[in-house]
Structures are given as structure tokens and as C-alpha cells.
Design a protein around this ligand. Structure first.
Ligand code: AMP
Length: 428
């Protein structure tokens, strides 16, 4: 028996309807906020991720699905390719490659699709998972650096959570500073870690040297008390970063989006600057992050592009669905058909197919039965589909061009002429 690979899964109905529901709500919210869709490739040049997400991150260091592509000719070097572990790098690459900022406009792009990380699978954590995300990126002259954009993206997410019907969320907010203050903070961290790092985990010992900010990401329980005592980033923010962060908070206060400040929230990707945020949910267990994001003002330059400040986020679609299922309100997204067409007796399949085609063309979602079913079996099948009506297509009905329509719940039966059927069944 061949099974789905560890960490991957099949999303079956009715869960798939919940996935579609969240996707549809997200598309609608993106429309309201004037975002447009971008679709980037599922695999990219490995360097795209090592240069942006960062060599010292768990993602690049341990979790990527990477392989050498066969060289086409002997003279050619094999190219290292990677299944995308996240989508921001791909979007920024596309922004640079197509000169999307050349006309000076702000780009507001969203994406939906699978991402891949070789993490230890558990509830809410998969090796193929689904993200919906968006980026606001452009030349500074287009306003891409404005804290108003940070606040708008965060407020949009609160709007999306409301629309989807997820209630028990918490917004964690932080500022990780910019290139200017990051250096000073890293130095302070290095100095503070010097005496204590010997007792910390191997990853922390290495990161204390290579990228001390990543120490704050450590999940090893024994290291937590040490990490709590490390210098706080807020004390190292320079004046512009401080003002920027104050403005983000001011706008969030004005629009009524509640947040908690969390100075340890540096996020697991190196490209973040200034605002970082995460929405968590109590019903998710250990993997409590519903979504995360932040500003990435130097990312375009890191990838060889022009200066193009930006802010974005990615939400975990799998976790949105888990959160919905954990809340009693559970979105009602059963997409039942409205009618079941029951051909009655030998030779009636063709007439029933013709009627079904006409009704579907008029917007009626329906299930088509089979002439070999007796009426009782057709009714049972109709109930299983959740249909409201059964339309009986027998010889007499076809001759008279009027059809017996039975309301399954009330048992009431009416005879309806063909021309009025679609309207009766909820079509056009
Ligand atoms: P990140 O790209 O790490 O900032 O993650 C953004 C969001 O994607 C997280 O808040 C999660 O909701 C989701 N996510 C990240 N990794 C996984 C995974 N392995 N399985 C399921 N969801 C994930």
C-alpha cells in the first residue's frame, strides 16, 4: 500500500469546503483592500531562500527540500533547486525581475498556495502546508515605508479573522528595529550571552556567534529563563524606529484593533525589520500561531534589487481551518445541492440528463440519479446529498412536460411545468 508521505495529507470533503470558505473570504477581503493576485513558481533557485530567509534560520538550515537539478549539458553546472518554504522571497524576486516598481507605484500583491518545510509533523504542523499571504512593496516615494501601511495590513487581518468567524485570537506586536539599531542590539546580545551561553543548547551557542537575534527564537524549555533576562530590543530602537512603531500602535488604537506587546517575537526569518506581528489562537495547542508577518525594508536589496521597502504576512490556512473547527460556531459551509433528479424507469436517463443540463445552465446545483434506481432508493440517495427537492422524471412527466417535485423535508409534492422548474428549485 502506497501512502501519503510523512507530513503530507489529503484534504478531503467536508474539510476542503472549509479551505475554500477561508480562501473565498480572503479573496473578498483582498478585493476590498485593493490587492491583486500573484502566482509564483513552487520551486526556486535555492539561493533565493538562503539569501533572504537567512542561513542561520531553522527554515534554511534544517527544513528545506532541496535537490540538484540535472545539468542539461556537460559544460553546465547543476542548479540547486528548492521547494518554496515560504512565498515572500518569491514575490520579491518577481517584483525585481519584472521591474514592478519601475513606474513608481505601490504593489499590493497576494498569493495562495502550498509551502514546504521538513519540520517534525504534529497537529497543525505539516511538511506541505498552505499559506495565504500578501505583500505591500514599492519605492519609498510610493509610501511603502509608511507605518500606515503596517497598521493597514494588520487591521485587514483582524477584518479577515472576523469575517471568517475566528474569535479567540490574540495579536502580538513588536518592533525588531532596522539595520541601524540591529547592530547595536546584536552587540548587546553577544555581550550578555558571553557568560551564560555555555549552559544553553548547541543551536544557541552557535547562534550567539553567528546571529544572536535568533537566540530569542529558541524553543528549548531549559533556555527560556536565560533568554528572558537578555537585553530588550525596545531599549535599542533608534529614534525613527521608535516613532514608526509609535505610529503603528496609534493607528491600531484608533481603529480599535487590540494587541499585546511581545519583545521576544522576532519571527523565524532574518529579513524582518521594524514591525513584526503574529496572531495566535488558544484552540490550536502547541502550534498556536495562526499567522505572522512584518516589515522587510532591506529584502529587495538583499536579492540584488532596488530599494523597495515592504510589509507582508502569511497565514496558515491549515491552522485557520483547525481554529474554525475548534470554535463551536464552526462555519456552516455545507454546499448542498438544491435538487436531486430521479429518472424513473428504463430508458429515462436521456430525458433526465437533458433536463439536468437545462437546469444546471440556469444555475441550479443538482445531483443526477440513475434509471435503475427504484423510487425509494432515489429518495435515499437524494437525502444523502442534502438536496431540498427531488424531481421525478418518468415517462408521463416527459410526455406532459411537467414534473413532480417533492420537498424532502415537508413531504409536500407539486406538479411544475418545465418552464418554471428552475425558479422553483432556486435557479435563475
Ligand atoms: P512563517 O512563514 O513561518 O512566518 O509562518 C506563517 C504561518 O504559516 C504560521 O503562523 C503558521 O500558521 C503557518 N505555518 C508555518 N509553518 C507551518 C507548518 N509546518 N505547518 C502548518 N502551518 C505552518
Amino acid at each position: 500500500m502506497i501512502k501519503a508521505v510523512r507530513g503530507t495529507r489529503d484534504i478531503l470533503p467536508p474539510d476542503s469546503a472549509l479551505f475554500q470558505f477561508v480562501e473565498a473570504q480572503a479573496r473578498e477581503v483582498f478585493r476590498l483592500y485593493n490587492f491583486q493576485e500573484v502566482r509564483t513558481p513552487i520551486f526556486e533557485d535555492t539561493q533565493l531562500f538562503s539569501r533572504s530567509v537567512g542561513e542561520e534560520t531553522d527554515i534554511v538550515g534544517k527544513e528545506m527540500f532541496t535537490w540538484e537539478d540535472k545539468a542539461r549539458a556537460q559544460s553546465e553546472k547543476a542548479q540547486s533547486l528548492t521547494l518554496r518554504p515560504e512565498n515572500t522571497a518569491g514575490v520579491v524576486r518577481a517584483y525585481i525581475e519584472h521591474g514592478l516598481g519601475d513606474k513608481g507605484q505601490l504593489q499590493k500583491l497576494y498569493y495562495m498556495g502550498p509551502q514546504f518545510r521538513r519540520e517534525r509533523p504534529q497537529k497543525g504542523r505539516y511538511r506541505q502546508f498552505y499559506q495565504i499571504g500578501a505583500e505591500v512593496i514599492g519605492p519609498a516615494s510610493a509610501g511603502s515605508e509608511s507605518p500606515a501601511r503596517d497598521a493597514e495590513v494588520i487591521e485587514m487581518l483582524a477584518m479577515l479573522l472576523d469575517r471568517v468567524g475566528i474569535k479567540g485570537w490574540t495579536l502580538l506586536l513588536n518592533s525588531v528595529g532596522c539595520a541601524n539599531d540591529r547592530g547595536k542590539y546584536n552587540e548587546a546580545l553577544r555581550a550578555a550571552l558571553k557568560d551564560v551561553v555555555g549552559q544553553m543548547c548547541a543551536d544557541c551557542q552557535r547562534r550567539a556567534e553567528t546571529n544572536p537575534l535568533r537566540v530569542l527564537d529558541c524553543k528549548v524549555p531549559e533556555d527560556q529563563p536565560t533568554i528572558e533576562k537578555l537585553p530588550k530590543i525596545s531599549e535599542y530602537l533608534d529614534e525613527p524606529c521608535r516613532e514608526n512603531f509609535a505610529e503603528v500602535k496609534k493607528i491600531l488604537d484608533a481603529v480599535g484593533v487590540k494587541y499585546e506587546l511581545n519583545e521576544r517575537m522576532v519571527r523565524g526569518l532574518d529579513y524582518y525589520t521594524r514591525t513584526t506581528f503574529e496572531f495566535t489562537h488558544g484552540g490550536l495547542g502547541a502550534q498556536s500561531a495562526l499567522l505572522g508577518g512584518g516589515r522587510y525594508d532591506g529584502l529587495s536589496e538583499m536579492l540584488g534589487g532596488p530599494k523597495a521597502p515592504g510589509i507582508g504576512f502569511a497565514l496558515g490556512l491549515d491552522r485557520f481551518v483547525l481554529a474554525l473547527q475548534s470554535e463551536a460556531s464552526g462555519a456552516q459551509v455545507q454546499s448542498a445541492v438544491s435538487a436531486y433528479i430521479a429518472p424513473l424507469g428504463a430508458g429515462m436517463n436521456a430525458a433526465a440528463a437533458k433536463l439536468a443540463r437545462e437546469l444546471r445552465a440556469q444555475g441550479v446545483a443538482l445531483e443526477l440519479g440513475d434509471e435503475s434506481f427504484r423510487l425509494k432508493k432515489s429518495f435515499e440517495a437524494a437525502e444523502r446529498t442534502g438536496a431540498k427537492f427531488v424531481v421525478i422524471v418518468g415517462e408521463n412527466e416527459v410526455k406532459a412536460d411537467t414534473f413532480a417535485v417533492k420537498d424532502i423535508k415537508s413531504g409536500e409534492q407539486k406538479t411544475i411545468p418545465r418552464s418554471e422548474l428552475a425558479k422553483t428549485l432556486g435557479g435563475r
